[in-house]
Design a protein around this ligand. Structure first.
Ligand code: NAD
Ligand code: IPM
Ligand code: MN
Length: 366
């Protein structure tokens, strides 16, 4: 019997609601596939600030490090928004990513055929989109030093952050992106702001060199981030794999979410050089709908599928989950974020129950 240790981090807001659906689904596929999960739940984010005095307790990071994979829901909320930096939920999340060394964040943007009309874009623009955004996750302006607040000679307050990338940081994310593109349609678009930023000039230089030396078979292009944002809405099907830095990747993945119909649909996988991967939806804690059983759990459920596939190599179990999601949508069930006429509105819990029923009757799609 295959047995895995999985750390669960429910976090804040809708986190506990959507994570509980994903865990039920994992238990169901585990039973079907003869897999054993040992789940350990830990505090992170605002819940950890309240419960343990810090957003990332040592014990949480240690448990994550000692597990085979980590499934995170979401962190953050109004309650902690004006906390000092070291007591912000977001600091806990960034500490977790850095502490696990998960530099390579894969954010697949797929438009499921059932949802082509859920996008605010025209069906012909959204239908069939299949993009992989490879986002560098533990460098760039999120982590650059120095950073902080100051007061200048005129007595005005100022604040500053630094966007810094070293060549090893660029090279390793570029290699992940080229490898990813090679397994897809063989096209990689590197997104930067090299017309203005030195950090982007080095980025472009290194990505180009690695492409020439190691991946001549992958077709490489470059695009400025402002144009990329526009092109993702104008003609998203021109993209296969995108590689970009931390901040640009954050923004472009939220834009891309609207192709799929809702931010509640997009999962992600974050991998390090060795050690457990971190799997989380790209959306946040949705404080506006938290505790109301309205959240779409599918990004979380699909993150569990990525955990199985990329984190544990359990491809068949992952495909079963993807098939269950697809079948639930085929049957017309929609949470509020995806609701349209003729469909059946369900809450988070109910969507979970439908997935479990569906899992009993479906076989994997490939
Ligand atoms: P958000 O992603 O939480 O919410 C944006 C909008 O999308 C809201 O209207 C929300 O209701 C909706 N939404 C998000 N997920 C949904 C889902 N699964 N189903 C239905 N609707 C959903 O972004 P925000 O409002 O900018 O941030 C809220 C908090 O979340 C902040 O504290 C932020 O720092 C945090 N955040 C955390 C993560 C994370 O944990 N990885 C990611 C993004 C934001
Ligand atoms: C995300 C989130 C985080 C990020 C925040 C909450 C720190 O927006 O996972 O996309 O910016 O990386
Ligand atoms: Mn984000």
């Amino acid at each position: 019997e295959r047995s895995y240790k999985v750390t669960l981090l429910p976090g804040d807001g809708i986190g506990p609601e959507i994570l509980s659906v994903a865990v039920d689904v994992m238990r169901a596929v585990a039973e079907r596939e003869g897999i054993k999960f040992e789940f350990t739940e830990k505090l992170v984010g605002g819940a950890a600030v309240d419960g343990a005095g810090v957003p990332l307790p040592d014990d949480t990071l240690a448990t994550c490090r000692a597990s085979d994979a980590v499934l995170l829901a979401s962190i953050g909320g109004y309650k902690w928004d004006s906390n000092p930096p070291h007591l912000k939920p977001e600091t806990g999340l960034l500490g977790l990513r850095a502490g696990l060394g998960v530099f390579a964040n894969l954010r697949p943007v797929t438009v499921l055929p059932q949802l082509a009309d859920a996008s605010p874009l025209k069906r012909e623009v959204a239908e069939g989109v299949d993009i992989m955004v490879v986002r560098e996750l533990i460098g760039g302006i999120y982590f650059g030093e120095p950073r902080g607040f100051g007061v200048n000679e005129s007595g005005h307050r100022y604040a500053y952050n630094n966007m810094v990338y070293s060549t090893p940081e660029i090279d390793r994310i570029a290699r992940v992106a080229f490898e990813t593109a090679r397994k897809r349609q063989g096209r990689l678009c590197s997104v930067d702001k090299a017309n203005v930023l030195q950090v982007s000039q080095l980025w472009r230089e290194r990505v180009t060199a690695i492409g020439k030396e190691e991946y001549p078979d992958v077709e490489l292009s470059h695009m400025y981030v402002d144009n990329a944002a526009m092109q993702l809405v104008r003609n998203p099907k021109q993209f296969d794999t995108i590689v970009t830095g931390n901040l640009f990747g954050d923004i472009l993945s939220d834009i891309s979410a609207q192709l799929s119909g809702s931010i509640g649909m997009l999962p992600s996988s974050s991998m390090s050089e060795s050690g457990p991967g971190l799997f989380e939806p790209i959306h946040g804690s949705a404080p506006d709908i938290a505790g109301q059983d309205k959240a779409n759990p599918l990004a979380q459920v699909l993150s569990a599928a990525m955990l199985l596939k990329y984190g544990l190599g359990e491809t068949k179990a992952a495909e079963l989950i993807e098939a269950a999601v697809s079948a639930a949508l085929d049957k017309g069930y929609r949470t509020g974020d995806l609701m349209s006429s003729g469909k059946t509105l369900v809450g988070c819990k109910k969507m979970g129950e439908i997935l479990l029923e569906t899992l009993e009757t479906t076989s994997p799609v490939t």
